[in-house]
Design a protein around this ligand. Structure first.
Ligand code: GTP
Ligand code: ZN
Length: 212
């Protein structure tokens, strides 16, 4: 899958999700109180008295990626550089929330690209992953958004993203399959077109570093 998406497109996409919430903090707290009542709990008992406030704060943090933009997050850390070998940041911890159940998706991302005149600050790759993870997600979209962002910002020769994650909605409830993992990938440019480059990436994400 090769997508050509401009930084402007990505910015628009980001800005469109930044609309101010039409619901007040107080209304959100009341909704959590209602959920507690629905669970048969007493929201006024000591241990739960501040829970609506805490839950709203936690949910706002876990979805704070809606209020971030790539521009702000990058802080200008895109540099002109003649490098043309693969850059891989692997084992980036991910904590996201599934959009069907608002339960955690826990995993890690491996992100590689082959530059084409520009490189990006390494930490910014992890920050891009975090921005998209801190939204309500399905793993496939999260994976594609990370790849599209790098593609749009750097116009590299190629981008590869693999996300490996476990979904608490499949572990703690529903089908209850602890130990199950979902692997998703988005391969663009040379990683989609050239099996050898893709294989090199797959080998590197499996390689055991000597400092581990
Ligand atoms: N493709 C995809 N599916 C997901 C993801 N996260 C959760 N799901 C699935 O979304 C589906 C929702 O199915 P529904 O039948 O509407 O919901 P449900 O009754 O809660 O389903 P069960 O989890 O099977 O109990 C489930 O199969 C989940 O496993 C994700 O990131 N990607
Ligand atoms: Zn779910």
């Amino acid at each position: 899958m090769t997508l050509s998406i401009s930084p402007d497109d990505i910015r628009k996409q980001t800005i469109s999700t930044q609309a101010k919430s039409p619901v007040s903090e107080e209304e959100m707290r009341q909704a959590v109180r209602t959920l507690l009542l629905g669970m048969g709990e007493d929201p006024d008992r000591e241990g739960l008295r501040d829970t609506p406030k805490r839950v709203v704060k936690a949910l706002k943090f876990l979805t704070s990626g809606y209020h971030q933009s790539l521009d702000e997050l990058l802080n200008g850390a895109v540099f002109h550089e003649d490098a043309n070998e693969m850059v891989l940041v692997r084992d980036i911890d991910l904590f996201s929330s599934c959009e069907h159940h608002i339960l955690p998706i826990l995993g890690r991302a491996h992100v590689a690209y082959i530059p084409n005149g520009k490189v990006i600050g390494l930490s910014k790759i992890a920050r891009i992953c975090e921005m998209y993870a801190r939204r309500l997600q399905v793993q496939e979209r999260l994976t594609a958004q990370i790849a599209d962002a790098i593609q749009g910002l750097l116009k590299p020769q190629g981008v590869a993203v693999v996300v490996e994650a476990t979904h608490m909605c499949m572990v703690m409830r529903g089908v209850q399959k602890p130990g199950s993992w979902t692997v998703t990938s988005s391969m663009q440019g040379v990683f989609a077109d050239d099996a050898k480059t893709r294989q090199e990436f797959m080998d590197l994400i499996r390689h055991r570093p000597s400092f581990h």
